[in-house]
Design a protein. Structure first.
Length: 66
């Protein structure tokens, strides 16, 4: 049985933390920033975690687990 390939776009976008969670960047921070408040832009800079509903799909793309 061949090895499962890692999705190239997923490995650039997600990172595994030390505790086993998968970190991601927040969306809505690339353009149209003039109408967003400073507080909103500052909070979008922080990393977020993949939600439980999407965790299985992301793990499959990263070839983690199975």
């Amino acid at each position: 049985m061949p090895k499962v390939k890692t999705n190239s776009s997923a490995k650039k976008r997600f990172k595994m933390t030390g505790t086993g969670k998968i970190a991601r960047k927040s969306a809505f921070k690339s353009h149209i920033l003039t109408k967003k408040t400073t507080k909103q832009k500052r909070n979008l800079t922080k990393t977020a975690y993949v939600s439980d509903g999407d965790l299985g799909n992301v793990k499959r793309m990263l070839a983690i687990g199975k």
